[in-house]
Write a protein that binds this ligand. Structure first.
Ligand code: SAM
Length: 213
């Protein structure tokens, strides 16, 4: 779904910071070689994630859904000194690809890539995070929110991708469409949750930015 015209979108990208060369290469290489390249955050959203990370200066980031590592590399740009990112993906076929690009980055020692099912791994994590990016299987978004909220420091942030789901959140929900149902429910749950402040940004497919009070 396009929220603004192609011309305006081009203008927005042209007047936002260029992608760093490594991310430009990763974006291009993903599009040429990996299935479902639309999953990658891309130039504009990536610059926003980098900007948010610079503003937050997180010490400990959790990312759920690495894919080819693009968003992890964006968040890495804003890490506090000695900050760390743990990024989880269940797709082991992407492991070598991600490791190759992370190894080329100056943040290589700050990014820990974990292969596995986030639903099983997160409960075992005994860490506090100050930034969590939820960007994996939509049907588990409410589970991820509930799992990470207690691991989030006060004043920490959760960013959730795809919360507008191509505009489907406005349509009557097909009972067989679990992903849309979960996204609609999550947006309502977060809006009613007195523990957090939230703002839904109509960026790309919708980014919900949540701050724990
Ligand atoms: C939208 S992509 C992530 C895109 C990436 N964050 C970016 O912006 O470039 C979603 C990823 O989540 C992974 N995924 C789906 N279900 C998962 C699960 N239960 N545990 C861990 N990873 C999962 C998929 O393998 C896929 O690579």
């Amino acid at each position: 779904m396009d929220f603004i015209s192609q011309e305006l979108d081009d203008y927005v990208c042209a007047h936002s910071e260029n992608e760093p060369q490594l991310l430009y290469d990763l974006n291009r290489y993903t599009h040429l070689n990996v299935l479902l390249p639309r999953m990658l955050s891309g130039h504009f959203q990536g610059r926003l994630l980098s900007m948010l990370s610079h503003m937050i200066q997180p010490k400990n980031v959790l990312e759920i859904g690495t894919y080819t590592g693009y968003s992890a590399l964006c968040f890495a740009e804003g890490l506090a000194e000695n900050g760390q990112i743990t990024t989880i993906d269940k797709n082991e076929e992407l492991e070598d690809f991600v490791n190759e690009y992370v190894a080329k980055s100056k943040f290589k020692n700050q990014i820990k890539c974990v292969i596995g099912n986030a639903i099983e791994l997160i409960p075992e994590m005994d860490e506090q995070f100050d930034l969590v990016f939820i960007d994996a299987d939509k049907s588990n978004y409410i589970n991820y929110y509930n799992m990470v909220i207690d691991k989030l420091s006060t004043g920490g942030y959760i960013i959730v991708d795809n919360v507008l789901w191509s505009g489907k959140v406005l349509e009557p929900v097909d009972p067989n469409d679990l992903d849309t149902k979960v996204l609609v429910d999550l947006n309502n749950i977060v809006h009613e949750d007195s523990r957090v402040q939230e703002v839904l940004l109509p960026v790309r497919d919708g980014l919900l930015v949540i701050r724990k009070k």
